[in-house]
Design a protein around this ligand. Structure first.
Ligand SMILES: Nc1nc2c([nH]c(=O)n2[C@H]2C[C@H](O)[C@@H](COP(=O)(O)OP(=O)(O)OP(=O)(O)O)O2)c(=O)[nH]1
Length: 122
């Protein structure tokens, strides 16, 4: 099973979301596929550097993994920003959501259980 890491960057009770464009698009946690030999945490830090020009400190896992498909499973981790401000490179939009704005239906389906957990924990 190939792991995809998503990163819930939290700052001032808000979480950073990125919009994946296209017919199957929606809000997601920035991140990507874990490469061979990499830990989830290493992949999370690499992807956020590549995608958003952000240096992060990866924290705890947000909850149990969720299957995206037969081949991919999503793991989501908390993180905080060490340096930088997010730069839009690969997504169509970036947005900070507070707890009251976290409408799970706008998120990719595998992300929704994590969004529900996060809403109560921001
Ligand atoms: N990054 C990310 N991908 C997610 C989330 N939820 C979800 O279903 N996905 C899906 C969308 C994609 O099919 C897959 C991640 O692929 P990706 O294209 O971001 O991975 P990558 O950056 O390593 O890209 P690539 O070089 O393999 O194309 O996981 C999420 O919260 N974050």
């Amino acid at each position: 099973m190939q792991i995809v890491v998503g990163v819930a960057v939290v700052k001032d009770r808000q979480v950073l979301a990125a919009y994946r464009p296209g017919p199957d698009g929606g809000w997601e946690f920035p991140g990507g596929k874990v490469e061979p030999g990499e830990s989830d945490e290493q992949a999370a830090a690499r992807e956020l550097r590549e995608e958003l020009d952000l240096e992060i400190e990866v924290g705890a896992s947000l909850g149990p993994g969720v299957d995206i498909s037969a081949a991919y499973r999503l793991h989501v981790y908390y993180a905080k920003i060490l340096a930088g401000a997010p730069v839009l490179r690969e997504h169509s939009e970036l947005r900070w959501f507070g707890p009251a704005e976290l409408d799970e239906t706008a998120w990719l389906p595998p992300d929704r259980p994590f969004v529900r957990l996060l809403r109560n924990r921001l």
